[in-house]
Design a protein around this ligand. Structure first.
Ligand code: PRP
Ligand code: HPA
Ligand code: MG
Length: 179
């Protein structure tokens, strides 16, 4: 895969350090609680699995699949629930975990849906944000890195289904998008 990479934007070591830092903050903020981490399939799977191992509390996890992207690199703006939660979140401390916030459409839809179920608290942890592309405002309590307006892959993030298993966050060569 590395021959397809133009640039490593955030090396794995920096990602891991940030995830440890976020985990420590979450551990402190949720002391005495049993938070429910909600991962957004499929991109958040990698950050979720590292983050939960850096939270020193009893916590639970669940997943939702909400897709607004096809195989391309830009949002269609259409948000659909493909898979809902298994858990009832009423009265729970819910922490939504995302790999990236781009336009914000996915999360704003998801937050509206979760808020309606009356959780005790509802916060967002996102590893990456691309502020230049934001279409809706979101209050993100736990944020890893801001990234420029470039399509990034790796650490859960894909292009046409591939590159999720790259340990670094990378920018692909232009010819990869064209092929
Ligand atoms: O802020 P937005 O513009 O809504 O974009 C962000 C969302 O898009 C990507 O998911 P995608 O729908 O591509 O599915 P995936 O997680 O399975 O890759 C990413 O993982 C976020 O969930
Ligand atoms: O930059 C990105 N990379 C991968 N998936 C994405 N979904 C929204 N933005 C991105
Ligand atoms: Mg996603």
């Amino acid at each position: 895969m590395m021959p397809d990479v133009k640039e490593v934007l955030i090396p794995s070591s920096e990602v891991q350090a940030k995830v440890r830092e976020l985990g420590a903050r979450i551990t402190e903020d949720y002391e005495g609680e049993r938070p429910l981490l909600v991962g957004v399939l499929r991109g958040a799977v990698v950050v979720m699995s590292d983050l939960m191992r850096n939270i020193d509390l009893p916590c639970e996890l669940d997943f939702m699949d909400i897709s607004s992207y096809g195989s391309g690199t830009s949002s269609s703006g259409v948000v659909r629930i493909l898979k809902d939660l298994e858990e009832d979140v009423t009265g729970r401390h819910v922490l939504v975990v995302e790999d990236i916030i781009d336009t914000g459409l996915t999360l704003s839809y998801l937050m509206r849906s979760l808020k309606a179920r009356k959780p005790a608290s509802l916060e967002i942890c996102a590893l990456l944000t691309k502020p230049s592309r934001r279409k809706v405002d979101l209050d993100v309590k736990y944020l890893g890195f801001e990234v420029p307006d470039e399509f990034v892959v790796g650490y859960g993030l894909d292009f046409a289904g591939a590159y999720r298993n790259l340990p670094d966050i990378c920018i692909l060569k232009e010819e990869v998008f064209a092929s």
